[in-house]
Design a protein. Structure first.
Length: 195
């Protein structure tokens, strides 16, 4: 199955989940994530905030944990005209609003923009990933454009409610691959992760 068909299929599957299932599976993903000790030794983290209407993994669970242990958390502010992301510092005082796509973003960004180069761990939104670490996102390419501005050894993590598929067939040379994939049932480590 190609990306377009997979995107449609797993977007549909995710929409069929109840809010209770999203909550429970999000916590199961978080519990697996906590087992990977070297992730939590870093300082700067970039994480997407969930689009609740799309039944995305509830990353506020991870955000709250990161703030509790004293880490720097950044979130994306998207420019849909030029397909780019600003990397904005987030803390408990940050005021959020939903943009027209249902994405939580900071109300004011100019004072809080952080260079992507500082990011050491990045949580990347997706629908499904395969057993090689390639992902199906929403097809806009925001993160494919954003990653080159980060450190070469940034740890890229994907969170999915679904068991990975064997192989995404139409991968392009510019498609980013994950270092770690987490589902409610398993942890998947891809290649050699630079700690």
């Amino acid at each position: 199955m190609n990306k377009k068909k997979l995107r449609k299929k797993y977007f549909f599957y995710r929409k069929t989940l109840s809010q209770k299932e999203v909550f429970e599976k999000s916590y199961e993903i978080f519990f697996h994530l906590k087992k990977i000790s070297f992730i939590w030794e870093k300082k700067y983290y970039h994480i997407f905030l969930p689009i609740r209407e799309y039944k995305e993994v509830d990353t506020f669970i991870i955000v709250n944990f990161l703030l509790k242990i004293g880490k720097y958390v950044t979130i994306p502010y998207s420019n849909f005209h030029i397909i780019s992301i600003d990397n904005c510092l987030f803390d408990k005082k940050t005021l959020l609003k939903k943009n027209k796509y249902g994405i939580f973003e900071p109300i004011s960004t100019h004072k809080y923009v952080v260079s992507p180069y500082f990011i050491e761990v990045m949580f990347i939104p997706l629908l499904i990933f395969d057993l090689r670490g390639y992902r199906i996102g929403y097809g806009k390419g925001f993160y494919d454009r954003f990653i080159p501005f980060c450190k070469k050894n940034v740890i890229k993590i994907g969170l999915s409610f679904f068991t990975p598929i064997k192989k995404i067939v139409d991968i392009h040379e510019n498609d980013l691959s994950l270092d770690i994939g987490i589902t409610p049932d398993n942890i998947f480590l891809f290649d050699d992760i630079k700690k």
